[in-house]
Every structure is written in structure tokens, then in C-alpha cells.
Design a protein around this ligand. Sequence first.
Ligand SMILES: C[S@@+](CC[C@H](N)C(=O)[O-])C[C@H]1O[C@@H](n2cnc3c(N)ncnc32)[C@H](O)[C@@H]1O
Length: 460
Amino acid sequence: MNLPESFTNRIKTQLGDDYDAYMNCLDQGMHHGLRVNTNKISVEDFLKISPFELKPVPWTINGFYYDDKACTPSKHPYYYAGLYYIQEPSAMAPASILPVEDGDVVLDICAAPGGKSTELAAKLHGTGFLISNDISNSRAKALLKNLELFGIGNMCVVSEAPNKLSTKFYQTFDKILIDAPCSGEGMFRKSQSMVTAWENNGVELFAGLQRGILNEVVKMLKPGGTMLYSTCTFSPEENEQSIEYLLSLDDTLELVEVPKYPGFCNGNPAWGKTENVELEKCARLWPHHIEGEGHFVALIHKKEAEQTQVFQSWIHRGCKPDKNAEEFLAHVSSDAGIRSAYIEENKGRLYYMAEHMPDVSGLRMLRQGLFLGEIKKNRFEPSQSLAMYLKQGQFDNEVNLTSSDDRVLRYLKGETIEASDQKIKNGYVLVLVDGYPLGWAKNTNGTLKNKYLSGWRMMS
Ligand SMILES: C[S@@+](CC[C@H](N)C(=O)[O-])C[C@H]1O[C@@H](n2cnc3c(N)ncnc32)[C@H](O)[C@@H]1O
């Protein structure tokens, strides 16, 4: 691999005797992983139906390695059913280590395309609330798609600068993830273009960006709350030194020991400027010590305070019932938990807003709550996100196909399919693969007109 001399010189100083092992591992192939969406399926059940041979990733309960030469999980219908996310294995560590609990209000501030947000949301089990933010509007669109694919309803997707968020969300969050923009030294094996980007941007640019973000998140974490800072790079400036900077902003912040799974190394106090021994509590994942591309992870707790701020909640306004929407939603079982008092309308589009959500008004928003569908003239059109949110049995007109049935791929490609072999009523039908929803179709006497979201279609 062709690497800039300024990088190899620095990493040689950092690694000493380990340098050769690191360089040798760069010539080997990268590791591929998928993470099971526990919001839709338990790990145990997924392993029963997995079409791929999988090996556990030691630092997550729901992460697995697969052999990219033997299978392509991104092309399987289960991917379209949102049963897993394709993720580089070391990138599974941050969301797995941040201790998200039921009812938490969580911020993922650098979230696109959603590798970690999807896991944070799954860990909430439909309770609490997730604000997923990315400053890049185009990247936030991919983030929204991934959260929708995962069937997440208690979330909003925002595209804002951190200082805008901190004016609105003072001491609001129980948990914050900062998966910071970084120089990406852990991505070199993925693509030579990452090496070129490193040469063009350098490390200092990102260290500056990280500080700008840290200045703001510190204000948004509740006393008693926990945040996790991660990067996929190895430079001291973006890791130990960023954490030293963060600790200098607020003396109620303290480092918490990151669990050291086999192969994880301690953070290195000598790579900081203050030689704070607490930095050992951070974790460094090196590609020559673990099966993954590499990461840095730090867990930070804010001490409890006597008085805490109570955040401004969303005021549920409800909406005037629409006859067609009501008629459609009557087919959705109450198990889905969509209560009419929390449904709101915006320009003919209906959203289900989580009961306990912060006031997110005034922000550049891509999505607030679960998009249910659109009120059209004389009809209601259910959304793709509603289909993904529902579980088998929650819509009273379903067609369940097996993954080997060729109609599944044809449906995902946008074709009309026949279903005269199924006992279904005319009108909207939820199409499932092996019991997991894929999207909508409209049945007329056994012919299913395709209503799968066109932008999500499988390419031939
Ligand atoms: C490492 S990536 C995040 C990856 C993501 N957490 C995941 O797991 O899929 C860093 C992200 O930070 C975003 N970003 C850069 N500067 C930012 C800022 N000042 N505020 C918020 N997001 C920022 C970038 O657009 C990029 O998507």
C-alpha cells in the first residue's frame, strides 16, 4: 500500500516494535461485517434464518463477520427488510459500548449515514427518543433512509450545525454519541482515495473540527449523562488530545473505563499533552490486534448535579381526523402503538410523534417522528416508513412470501406480481418476506400493483 512518508514516520514513532505488524496487516484484505437489527429480530432468530455463514464480532452481541467472497448480504431480501446493517466490525464498538437505556433521550450528533444511529435506536426498544443529526444535508438523507429501513419511529433527523443545536438543547440528553469527522487513517485499507484525502486535509483540520463539536456537546449533556467520543483514525491530535480538550471544558466530566475486549489497547497518556493517566481508560482498536479496521473510543460521564434543567417537550397538537386516513389506520392493530392523540398533520402528511420528545421546532429537519402517509384527494397513501415500522400481524391484509420465491425480487424491483394463491382482500396489502415487511402493494383480485418506494428499488 502506498502511504505518505509523513504518515509512516509518525505511526512508526507511535507503534515502535508494533510498526511492522501494522504495516503487514495493511496488505491483507479488510474485514466485513453485518449487525443484526434487534428492533426487528432477535440475534437467536436471525441466526436460525441467516443465509450467510457468520462469525461473532467479540465486542458486540449482534455483530458478525461474513466472507465477502462467499456472499453479498446487501443484495439479499433480508437487507431490504431491514434485518441488518452492513458495518465495518470495529465501527460496531461505539454504539455497542454507549450504555443506552430504555427511556433515554439520545443525540447522535455526527450521524450520517446511520451505522451507529440505527443501533442506538434499536437499543431504545421503541422508548425514549433519538435525535440524529448530520451537518451535511445530502448525507442526512441516507441517514433518514437507514433509520426508516430499521423501522424506527421515535426519532427525528436533523441537519444542523452543533452551535444551533446547543442553543436549543441545553442539558437535554441522557446519552450523546460523537462519532467525529476525522482524518480516516483506519479507512486506508478500504480505499486509496482515503489516503489521498488524508494528504489533502491533514490531521489538524479535523482536530479543529472536533473541538468545535466538543464545545457544543458538553452543553447538551445532562448532569448524570454519558457521552461517547469515537474516531476511525490513529493520530494523537484527534484522539487523546481531543479528549484532553473535552475534559478541560467542564470539570464535572470524568472518563469512564471502556471495556477492554481481547485485542483492545488502552488509550496512551504519552500521546496527550498533559500525560493524564486517566486517558488509559479510552480504547484503541488497532487493525493488527483485532479483526477490524481500527477505531478510538472514549466514554465520558458528567457528574450529577443538585439541580438539573428540565428540557422543553414537544407540545402535541393532534390533528383534525381525515376520514380516509382513519379508515386506513383502522386496519393497523393497536399493538403497533400508533395512538391517534399523537398523530399530527403537516401539509397533508401525517406523522406519529413519540409521546416523550423534545421540542425540535425551528431546526433544519428532514423528519420528525414516524411518517405515516399522505392525505390525497379521496384517499390515503401509506408511507414506506410505516410499512417498515410495522411487524407481522399488525396490518390486517398481509401477503407473506418466502425469500426463495421469485416474486420477492420482482416486487423489490418494482414489478406487479400475482398473488391469487393467497387469501387476501382487495386494497392495500403489506408484503412480507419470511414474516418481515418489505412494503405496500395494492391488490385487485390477486394482482398486486407495486407500491414499493421507487427510490428504494433493487437495481437489476
Ligand atoms: C465519521 S462520519 C459519521 C459516521 C456515522 N456515525 C455512522 O456510523 O454511519 C462523520 C460525520 O460527521 C459529519 N460532520 C462533519 N462536521 C460536522 C459538524 N460540525 N456537525 C455535525 N456533523 C458533522 C460528516 O458529514 C460525517 O457524516
